[in-house]
Ligand binder design. Sequence first.
Ligand code: SAM
Length: 279
Amino acid sequence: MSGQLYLVPTPIGNLGDLSQRCIETLSQVDFVAAEDTRVSIKILNHLGLKKPMVSYYRHNTESSGPEILARIQGGESCALVTDAGTPAISDPGEELVALCAEAGIPVIALPGPCALVTALAVSGLPTGRFTFEGFLPMNKKNRKAHLDSLKNETRTMIFYEAPHKLCATLNDLVTWFGAERRISLCRELTKLHEEIRRTTLGEAVAWYRENPPRGEFVLVVEGGVPEAAPAVTLEDGVAAVLARRAETNCSFKDAVRQVAKELGLGKNELYDAAVSAQK
Ligand code: SAM
């Protein structure tokens, strides 16, 4: 396993979610790059492992990244772990993966706990198509731009949020998506006090105004209703029949048949309208 970077997911609340493969990888790598060594040491201690550690966190990626890369290029293997969940998803790691990939270093991502996937699965909202939005920016202008970009989003949207910012975020979501939009608030997933609140944005605002939020949250918001395609009129059909006749050598009847099928119009109705239009 020399000269490789392993992305090792850690539990988001339940130690039982640490997989056998993660444990084996942690025991075999040469060193661990941790978002917070104080957090990760607890997991290593729990597993009875002693490993050299380096810290790799939001504010030292520029200096620590190249150092980690150099060690991997020198033949060592590294496990990247963050405070909870899958490294590189809304936590440090994205840059290190890019750096290693660019340098031709194999990056092996182990599957495991990830708050967004767990929340989506339990949300009760459509899971077929979704978009992960991470944390909304705090900067007013960037926040508005981010929310504006979601105004017509029809896929289920997933947000991460800290408890002390939850009420402000819910207020903004009501402003952008309306009070009736459905939301599933997934709190303390996999932990003792796990709670899934399936409600509307308006009701969520009212609830958390009275019950101050505590713990970690993932917000899963229903997508908007797709705008209905403009209805095709008989006049559109007639224009299409005449255009089809002008562009091809097909007969009048064939043009009517083709266009009626393509536009979902009644064949006889379209035929009569097209005949009248030619008079
Ligand atoms: N990399 C992590 C992952 O794979 O989900 C996410 C890290 S991000 C810095 C932390 C955010 O994830 C929290 O603010 C919260 O929105 C969400 N989160 C993490 N653990 C959670 C849990 N047990 N229940 C609900 N949300 C959680």
